[in-house]
Design a protein around this ligand. Structure first.
Ligand code: NFS
Ligand code: SF4
Length: 632
């Protein structure tokens, strides 16, 4: 058995936590193991109260639920409900940004439009007139078109889908009955469809699954990414530091955790303005650091250090040096409040929907964003004062790299190589085989896969074979911590051909160093950026996205959100590696469709493999097939 991989930065924190009498996620997983096999196979149904019903995977016991539901019906219903959970999270996030933009335009919230160029570009795709118009007027029209989606009862396609979907894929979805309309209606119908005594046809349930992927993609991710760029600016290339070593013993360390930049942007702004108060309290400065995806948002736009991914969100508190941790929505472990209470950390929840026992609640309302952010920063300063004289344990581990690789900034870099046709150098190098293909890593870190360093090993195995990697979400934190986002990584891990391209482009773009081999493209909602890049490449070649020599991976699946994102990618026609297996293996038909038959409809294919090198090899084999089909 291979040795367990525990990152350098985590070992001392695990020890500190244990010394303080705390259990960590690792301990809780060990206590929970082995986990329930019925649950893993997906053949446990709790949809009605005659259940829970469990299907015997060995064929000796019950083969249907009490109502007669087959294993395929059970797994397909459960999977769709997971997808609804993910889509609801992203749609809720996007709607929150939308309503805040509306309030800002009405003068009722202290935000303004930072990126008129992005606004005009997005509005143009909606067919909204932009020529010679005032920024706010165009923004109002975009807000109206978005609100129309949430109110529409006419069954017509979602405006965001119509405006932002790639053409060939849009037509394919329409031909296959995958049209979506009002996201709230779609979510309602999916919950209704999967409640007891409704849809029992696994194929019909899987079509609803694909539609829910589109709800996630367009009414969630794309709307959130675009509106956030319009409000806060489209990311440009920036340097970053990552890992727990970014905490500073003598500063007020304020960690922002969650997903919504409405909160973290304001906290960052007020941390700057209240620095004097922190210094008066004896601190060197206020050090805002990012955790999880809101960390990615701040890193992409402001180069804020990335302190921790999801699994480390409780561990960094065991440094004793985090003065404030402020959270909004999604991926917040209840254990963080418990950890915080052991130290002097002010642990602050801010969303009406997210209350955690032990936390201080400061409700963050866009209308009062400035006052709320000040209160949050001041709570951290007060906690810093309490911490004075107490020991801290900050492992001196951090790495450097680049972030801010939005499609716009990538095109900006490439246009220094070819101003007329920026994507041409990429396409030429793909055709020549210097870039063998590209893989996008998204999603979470899982305790089930950290021991084998799944993400790190898969990434390195791909780079060696000249496959370019892009990343979002917590896998971006993992890659940053592993030192994969900097120029040295190009030297160290890439095959000669990829190394050559990245070095040449880095030089031509005047960076004075190779481009990194792994591109940080943002948070989980920013998977939009990856899809936009693929759509641009496919559009230029006049092929479908499914024909490109590319693949996606959620190498350490945790969240329902990864299920809905992965479903969107399958609908787009992508080959999607996933580990662990989604909870469908107890349903043979559902497994067969997702890993095989779907390819004949959308081109998409799910692929499960737990071994990192084998998983990379599987993706490379897929890329080879796509290259052969394109004749390159
Ligand atoms: Ni994505 Fe971001 Fe991280 Fe996973 Fe959670 S923070 S939205 S879901 S755990 S990558
Ligand atoms: Fe059992 Fe059917 Fe009820 Fe599910 S819906 S718990 S399979 S009786």
């Amino acid at each position: 058995m291979a040795e367990k991989f525990i990152p350098l930065s985590e070992q001392p924190l695990l020890e500190s936590a244990h010394a303080a009498g705390l259990t960590t996620g690792r301990d809780r997983l060990a206590a929970m193991s082995p986990q329930c096999g019925f649950g893993e196979l997906g053949t446990c149904c709790r949809i009605c109260y005659m259940g829970p019903c469990r299907i015997d995977p060995f064929g000796n016991g019950p083969q249907t639920g009490i109502c007669g539901a087959s294993p395929d019906t059970i797994v397909a219903r459960n999977l769709l409900r997971e997808c609804v959970g993910g889509a609801a999270s992203h749609v809720g996030h996007a709607r929150h940004i939308l309503l805040t933009m509306q309030a800002a335009l009405d003068g009722k919230a202290p935000y303004k439009i930072h990126d008129p160029a992005k606004l005009f570009a997005v509005a143009g795709q909606f067919g909204i007139a932009t020529d010679g118009r005032a920024v706010d007027d165009v923004a109002r029209d975009l807000v109206a078109a978005s609100l129309e989606d949430f109110g529409r009862q006419d069954g017509q396609p979602l405006n965001w889908l119509r405006a932002r979907a790639p053409r060939k894929e849009f037509d394919m979805w329409m031909e296959n009955g995958l049209m979506i309309s009002n996201p709230h209606n779609e979510i309602e119908t999916a919950m209704h469809r999967t409640s007891m005594g409704n849809d029992a046809d696994p194929v019909s349930l899987l079509l609803a699954q694909l539609r829910m992927g589109l709800v996630d993609g367009y009414a969630g991710l794309t709307m959130a990414t675009d509106l956030q760029d319009i409000l806060f600016g489209t990311p440009q290339v920036t340097t970053l530091e990552a890992n727990v070593g970014v905490l500073e013993a003598n500063s007020v360390n304020l960690a922002v955790h969650g997903h919504n930049p409405l909160l973290s942007e304001k906290v960052l702004q007020w941390a700057g303005r209240l620095e004097g108060e922190a210094q008066a309290a004896g601190a060197e400065r206020i050090n805002v650091v990012g955790v999880c995806c809101t960390g990615n948002e701040l890193t992409m736009r402001h180069g804020v250090p990335m302190a921790a991914h999801n699994l480390q969100s409780e561990l960094i508190l065991a440094t004793g040096a985090v003065d404030g941790m402020v959270v909004d929505i999604q991926c917040i472990w209840p254990s963080t409040a418990m950890f915080a209470s052991c130290y002097d950390t002010a642990f602050i929840t801010t969303d009406e929907m997210v209350h955690i026992p032990g936390a201080t609640h400061i409700e963050f309302e866009p209308a009062h964003a400035d006052e709320n952010a000040q209160a949050i920063v001041r709570a951290a300063i007060a906690a810093f004062q309490k911490r004075q004289g107490k020991p801290v344990n900050i492992p001196n581990v951090k790495s450097v790299g680049f972030a801010g690789l939005s499609v716009e900034s990538i095109v900006g870099i490439l246009s220094k190589v070819n101003a007329e046709d920026p994507l041409k150098p990429v396409i030429d190098n793909i055709v020549a085989g210097n870039i063998y293909g590209a893989v996008g890593f998204a999603g979470c870190p899982s305790l089930k896969f950290r021991d084998t360093a799944m993400t790190e090993r898969m990434t390195k195995a791909l780079l060696k074979e000249n496959v370019l990697v892009v990343t979002t979400g917590c896998t971006a934190h993992i890659c940053a911590q592993e030192g994969l986002l900097n120029s040295q990584a190009t030297e160290r891990y890439c095959g000669d051909k990829l190394k050559g391209v990245l070095t040449a482009v880095g030089e031509a773009a005047g960076l004075g160093a190779p481009l990194p081999p792994v591109w940080h493209m943002g948070s989980c909602v920013d998977n939009t950026r990856i899809v936009d890049l693929l759509a641009a490449l496919a559009g230029k070649l006049d092929v479908k996205i499914s024909q490109l020599p590319v693949a996606g991976s959620a190498p350490e699946l945790v969240q329902e959100k990864a299920i809905s994102i992965g479903t969107w990618l399958l609908a787009l026609g992508l080959f999607v590696h996933i580990a662990p297996a989604p909870r469908i293996l107890g349903g043979p038909l559902v497994t067969q469709v997702l890993t095989n038959d779907l390819e004949g409809i959308t081109g998409g294919k799910a692929y499960v493999e737990y071994d990192p090198e084998k998983a990379a090899a599987g993706m490379i084999a897929h890329i080879a097939e796509k290259r052969a089909a394109l004749g390159i």
